[in-house]
Write a protein that binds this ligand. Structure first.
Ligand SMILES: [Fe+2]
Length: 286
């Protein structure tokens, strides 16, 4: 049975969230849901997440999983809010603890912040299989952008996370803590070894002015035309290109707020004694 897939594009962060489901009335997974955040006011809101929620209700779906491909740096996760509304188990890659430790240190988080991924309901090992109702799914470790990145193979589709972008945009950056361009190259080879007709769904699109946002391609299209990783690009030249590009990139606008929420599975940090939740900004560290 092919997976039914509904994509939700957030133009403000370039993120694509997905509802992946069996059929109307069936079981579903949410992938990489976005919590809206206004950095000018420090206010969170649920416009993007509400679109997923409305779709789930309209299709009468039962959410079994709320999946993250990684701890995103460009947007906050709505996993906690959607879990409250719809149920389901949150999940991320088993190596998330490594990412949590790096950022626990950077943000000097509370001493009892656990760096073993326990904030999530489940941690996926590489190759681990799971079900979304009758749909068979498999977690694929694809480190490089971060050490804990996963792709999810669900029925005939693969959600690639931050590895490949659309062919004309290329690949994800590798300069965050624990990132590594050679590792990303090897992860992408793993994806590109899948059957050529495999449907690939992107985590982001940053489209050039000449085209509308897009998020779906195939292994064959990526191997033929990905500007960074088409067939014939070897590891050394990819690494040289990627590292040079990354040196010229600024930090994502939302990295400081996003990471603090996302390593908590989308929960806000504990409230202060006045009941207000605060985020921290480490000065001169990034
Ligand atoms: Fe990312």
């Amino acid at each position: 049975m092919p997976a039914q897939i509904e994509a939700f594009y957030d133009p403000s962060t370039g993120t694509i969230s997905y509802v992946i489901y069996e059929a109307r009335g069936g079981k579903a997974a949410l992938l990489d849901p976005v919590l809206d955040y206004d950095p000018k006011s420090g206010r969170t809101s649920h416009g993007n997440a509400q679109r997923l929620l409305d779709f789930v209700r309209a299709q009468a779906l039962q959410v079994e999983w709320i999946l993250e491909t990684h701890a995103h740096a460009d947007h906050l996760s709505a996993a906690a809010w959607l879990k409250q509304q719809l149920g389901g188990r949150t999940a991320i890659g088993a190596r998330i603890g490594q990412v949590q430790q790096v950022f626990k240190d950077l943000f000097h988080l509370e001493a009892d912040f656990a760096c073993d991924g326990r904030q999530f309901d489940h941690l996926f090992e590489d190759g681990e299989c799971f079900q979304i109702g009758s749909l068979t799914a498999r977690a694929l470790a694809v480190p490089g952008h971060t050490p804990a990145d996963l792709a999810y193979q669900i029925a005939d589709a693969v959600f690639v996370g931050d590895t490949l972008f659309m062919p004309d945009v290329g690949s994800a950056r590798c300069d965050f803590p624990g990132g590594n361009a050679a590792t990303l190259y090897r992860s992408v080879q793993r994806l590109l070894a899948l059957p050529s007709a495999t449907r690939l769904f992107m985590c982001h699109d940053y489209p050039p002015a000449s085209r509308a946002p897009a998020w779906q391609s195939t292994v064959a299209e990526q191997r033929a035309a990905n500007i960074h990783l088409h067939d014939g690009v070897d590891e050394a030249s990819f690494v040289a290109m990627r590292e040079a590009r990354d040196r010229g990139l600024g930090m994502p606008v939302l990295i400081l707020p996003a990471i603090q929420i996302n390593i908590r599975a989308g929960a806000l940090p504990p409230a202060d004694s006045n009941g207000v939740h605060y985020l921290r900004i480490p000065l001169n560290q990034l």
